[in-house]
Write a protein that binds this ligand. Sequence first.
Ligand code: BGC
Length: 764
Amino acid sequence: MDMKTLIEKMTLEEKASMCSGMNFWDTQAIEHLGIPKMMVTDGPHGLRKQTGSSDHLGILESVPATCFPSASATACSFDPSLLTEMGVAIGKECQKENVGVILGPGVNIKRSPLCGRNFEYFSEDPYLSGEMAKAHIQGVQSQGVGTSLKHFAANNQEHRRFSGDSVVDERTLREIYLVGFEKAVKEGKPATVMCAYNQLNGTYCAENSYLLSRILRDEWGFTGFVVSDWGAVNDRVASVVAGLELEMPATGAQNDKLIVQAVKQGTLNEDILDQAVERILRIVFKWEQKKIANATVDMEENNQLARKIASESMVLLKNENNRLPLNKQANILFVGGFAEKPRYQGGGSSHIHSYKVTSALDAVSGMNNVTFAKGFDADTNTVDATLFNDAIEKAKRADVCVIFAGLPDSFESEGFDRSHMQLPSCQNQLIDEITQVQPKTIVVLHNGSPVEMPWAHSVQGILEAHLGGQACGLAVTDLLFGDANPSGKLAESYPLRLQDNPSYLFYGGERDRTEYREGVFVGYRYYDKKDIEVLFPFGFGLSYTTFEYTNLKLDKKTIKDDEKLIVTADIKNTGNCRGKEAVQLYVRNATGDVIRPDKELRGFAKVELNAGERKQVSFELSKRAFAYYSTTIKDWHVESGEYEILLAKSSHDIVLCEAVAVESTVQIPIEVTINTCFADIEKAVGGKEFMDALLSQLPQLQGLQEMENDDGMGLAEMMRAMMKYMVPRSMMMMGDGKLDIEQIGHMIKTLQEMQSCKCKEIET
Ligand code: BGC
C-alpha cells in the first residue's frame, strides 16, 4: 500500500498519535494498519538502550554497548574516516539491539569552555564540526540505521536550557552556529534532526518555522523528520505548523488531543498533519526494510576500534626533553585516582553502560616496574593527607611519575554549566608538590573541556586524553610507551584564563536572555584577531616525529568566485618514526571591507607518513571558502580582493602562505543617496562612471596626479583619501556653484535606478 493510501485510511486521532512517541523511546505503532513501532534512542558515541525504566539523564541502566570517545575527543583526530568507522560500529550495535534511529551526533559550537555539555560537541570551529558530524552520520546510516543531528540550533549552554533565549544576529548564526548543521544535513543527510530546548531570537526552536522549515527544508533540502528534544515542545500545534513532526517522549497523548482539536476547529490545516505523518512513516518503513534479523556484533573488535580512535584523538600538548615516550624498563609511578578509575565519558543522556572498561592501571598490569599511588580520589575534591604524602614519597623514588588528573562528573555534565575552568584544587596541589620532588613528571588529563593548568610550565609532559571512551587506558598507555604515536590536535583553543574567552562578558546571559554579542569572533577567530595569548591554540598537537611542509601551490593566481581553486603541498616526515600529521588550511581575507576573523579553517587533511616519507596533500576550495554571509542579499558573498591561503600546523603556526585574487560575480546593490560615501559609491553598480562624471565637472580636482608637496606625502594621494569619505552633497562647496544640488540629484537618481535593477535580478 502506498503511503498516501495508508494515510487516507488513518483516523484523525491516529494521525495525531503518530506524531508523538508511544512511550519514552518508541514511535507509535498502529497494528491494524501494519505500522510498526521504531526505537529512537541515545547516542551519540555509543548506544544507550534502556529495556527497563527510562530516563533522559543517563542514570538508569541500559544494555551493554561500546563506549567510544566523546565528540570533544574524536574531533581532535582531524580524521573523518575514523568517525565513519565508529559510526559503522555503532550502527551494527543498533541493528543487533533493534534500534531504528540513534540520537546524535551533536554539532553545537563550543561558544564557551563553560558549557557543561561541551564534551558531547566537536569544536569551536563550524567547518571541523560539520565534517566530523557528516562522517559520523554516513557511518551509522550505512548500516541502515538513522541518526538525529542535534540540537538545532544555537544550543550552546546548559544553563536554563529549557527556557533560555539565544539572541544571535543573522550573520553570526549563519557563519558560526548553523554551518556545522548545514554541512551535515546537505552532505550527511541524517534521517532526522532534533530541535533544541532553547528559544532562538524569541521563538522556541520547536516552533521556529524560520529554522525548521525555511532554513532546514527550503534552503538545505532536508527530507527526513524533525524530532523534539525530550520535552522540548512548548505549543504543540504551533510546532506542527513550524515543521516539527515527532514529539518525544510520549506525553500521555495530551498534545495529540490539541492537534485533533486544532484540525477540527480549522486552526490547523489537515494537509500539514498528513505531511508530518508521511515524513515519520517514510523513516519508520525504511527502517523496517533495512532491519537485519538476528544481527550480531563482535564487541572485542569494537573495543579495539575504540582504542584506535582514542589513541588518534588524544593530544600531546607538551613533551619537554622528549620525556615521552617512556622507557618501558624505567621505574615508573602512576599517580591519581583516574589511573584506576578513568573518567572516559560524560554525564547525562549520552551515558553508556560500557561493555568493558580498561584503565591505565589495567593496561600495565603485566609490568612490574610500574607502581601506583592513588594520591587523590577521582570523584572528590578533598585532600586525603595519607594518600597525598604517600604519592609524594613514592614520586621521589621513581624515575618518572605520570599523574592521571581530570574533572569529576560533578564538575561537568549535561544539564548545568561549569562556573570555572579549574581542576579540583586537590589535584593541582598534588601536581605542584610532586613536580617539586620529581622533575620528570607527566600529566594525563581526563576532561571534556579545557581546564586551567597552573602547573603547565613545571611538568615535562602533558597528554590530553579527553573523555577517551572505554578503551582509554589502553590508548593512553599505547601513547605513553610509544606503541602509538600521538597525532591528535586540539579542536578548541585552551585559553589561559576563563576571562580571556570572547563570550566571557555575556555567557549565560541575564535571566533567560543570552545575547551572543561577540558575534562571529568565537574561539581562535577571536584570540587570533586580538593576538591574545592562549595556553594552547586551536589545531595544536605534538608528535614523536617532525613534519616539514613545502611546495605550496595554487592552480590559479586569479579566480572568479564561482570557480574552484586547487591547493597542493608536500608534507614530509623528517623524524625517525612513522606518524600522522593533521595539516590545516586557513583562508585569510587580506583586503575586504567586511569585519572578519583573522583567518578561518577551510580544509584539513590527516596524512600518515613513514620516517623520511613525503606525500602530497590536496584541497579543493570553492566559493564558501572565501565567503561571509551578507545580510543585505541574504546569501553568501565573496568580496573581490586578495585572499591568503595559509597552510598551518595550528592556528598559531602558519608554515606556508600563497595569495589568490578572487573576483566576485555578484555585486551587492547599495542604497545611494546624496549622503553616501564615495568609497561606497565607487563599489556600486555604475559607481566608477558616476565618479568620473562628477569629477569631470570639477576642474580643480583634476590634475591631482601631478601635485606633490615638499615632505614627500603625495597631495593627490591625500586628496583621494579624503574624497573617499566625502559624500555627493559635499560637492556643492567644491564646485564654485558650478555643480548644483539638482544636477547631483539627477546623477544619483540614475545610479539608484541601476541599483534597483540589480536588486530585481537578485530577487528573481
Ligand atoms: C538531551 C538529548 C537526548 C534526549 C534523550 C535530552 O535531555 O538533550 O540530547 O537525546 O534527552 O535522552
